[in-house]
Every structure is written in structure tokens, then in C-alpha cells.
Design a protein around this ligand. Structure first.
Ligand SMILES: Nc1ncnc2c1ncn2[C@@H]1O[C@H](COP(=O)(O)OP(=O)(O)O)[C@@H](O)[C@H]1O
Ligand SMILES: [Mg+2]
Length: 197
């Protein structure tokens, strides 16, 4: 059985049928991209898995229903999860407290991502902000990492850095033994086949 099994998922918003029976599976250690034009339903599928919005069909993660897996999932929504009024360090400490994670872990992310700890989040560049969001999503050592439009709005350099970081975490067997990544990317991720393992 695959780590993520999605079978015949259907989702409608009122009369509008957005997902018409999507099925896919993601293996352990795989980086999986959802590609499609705007409005195709990528975010809807991601929200079903990561936010628990209602759906019809069947989803199993590690053989369990997603409701039982929520705390093992790291999620970075399209709009990010950073609090603008807080500094980088305060953001990490805040989410660490929320996840009941070890606060000392936040220092590790500051070092790995080379983040300006004392800078207010509202003053970060787009790339830095995405990295801070990614750090927050990784704080509780999730087994499944879900990123929605992770590179939208980033320049080429920042995109490459972000993917390098995702790949680094995928390889960090000692800290992230079963790292899987699902991201809804849109067209800009076409051609990144080197990131699809
Ligand atoms: N909360 C909602 N209520 C009504 N329609 C929605 C809602 N969220 C998304 N939609 C519609 O569902 C379709 C798919 O949207 P979305 O999943 O965001 O697509 P994508 O992420 O591929 O661009 C779009 O037509 C969008 O307008
Ligand atoms: Mg979307």
C-alpha cells in the first residue's frame, strides 16, 4: 500500500463540481507535484487533506484516515502562515508552542535557512517569507509535507533555494525518516522533473 492513497475524491461547492473523482497514490519518500491551470482544483484537494474540509471518496495516509494523521502532516497554505507583526524568531517560537515542539528546534531552522531572527516578518523578502513558512510547516517533524504554490512569486534563485531545502529535508533521514512532499504547483513547476523523484 502507498503512503498516501486517494481514491475517487469528489468535491462540489454548491452546484459547482470541482473534483470529479480524482485518484492518486504517493509512495514513501516521493516528491509529488499536482499540476493544472488556475481553478483546476489543486488547492481544493490540498485543503481536503490538510485542513479537513468535507469530501466524498476515500483517503488513507499510512493506512489511516486523515483525521488521525493531522498531527503528522506539515502544511504550508498558498497564503502562507507567517504572522507579519512578529519577528522571525517570535514566529517560530509561537508555532513551536502551538505544536508543543521543542523551542530549541527553532534555532536549528534559523541556521539552516539562514533566516534573520530579529527581523519583523512584514519586512522579509518574498523568498525569505516562504522559507519561514516552510520552517514553520517543518517544526513538528511531519512525515507528510504539503505545500500549496510554494514558489509562486519567487525569483528563479529563490525557487531553486526553496527546492534545495525541500530536497535537503527529504534526505535528512536521521531527523525526517519518512519524508514525503505533496505540492500543488501550477504551471511553473513543469520542467522541474529533477525534483520529482
Ligand atoms: N470556498 C469555495 N467556495 C466556492 N467555490 C470555491 C471555493 N474554493 C474554491 N472554489 C472554486 O473551486 C474551483 C477550484 O479552485 P482551487 O481548488 O482553488 O483551484 P486551483 O488551486 O487549482 O487554482 C475554482 O473554480 C474556485 O473558484
Ligand atoms: Mg490553488
Amino acid at each position: 500500500m502507498s503512503f498516501v492513497e486517494i481514491n475517487d475524491i469528489k468535491k462540489a461547492y454548491g452546484e459547482k463540481q470541482v473534483l470529479k473523482g480524482i485518484s492518486l497514490s504517493i509512495e514513501r519518500g516521493e516528491i509529488f507535484s499536482l499540476l493544472g491551470p488556475n481553478g483546476a482544483g489543486k488547492t481544493t484537494l490540498i485543503k481536503i487533506i490538510a485542513e479537513g474540509i468535507t469530501y466524498r471518496g476515500k483517503i488513507r495516509v499510512d493506512g489511516k484516515s486523515i483525521e488521525k494523521m493531522m498531527e503528522r502532516i506539515g502544511y504550508c497554505p498558498q497564503e502562507g502562515i507567517v504572522c507579519d507583526a512578529l519577528t522571525v524568531k517570535e514566529n517560530l517560537d509561537f508555532y513551536a508552542a502551538l505544536y508543543h515542539s521543542d523551542k530549541s528546534d527553532t534555532e536549528r531552522f534559523i541556521k539552516i535557512f539562514n533566516l534573520p531572527a530579529q527581523k519583523k516578518a512584514e519586512k522579509l523578502s518574498g523568498g525569505m517569507k516562504k522559507k519561514l513558512s516552510l520552517s514553520i510547516a517543518l517544526l513538528h517533524s511531519p512525515e507528510l509535507l504539503i505545500l500549496d504554490e510554494p514558489t509562486t512569486g519567487l525569483d528563479v534563485q529563490s525557487r531553486l533555494e526553496l527546492w534545495d531545502t525541500v530536497k535537503t529535508f527529504k534526505k535528512r533521514g536521521e531527523n525526517y525518516p519518512d519524508n514525503h512532499t505533496l505540492h500543488g504547483g501550477g504551471r511553473e513547476t513543469v520542467g522541474q522533473s529533477s525534483y520529482n523523484q
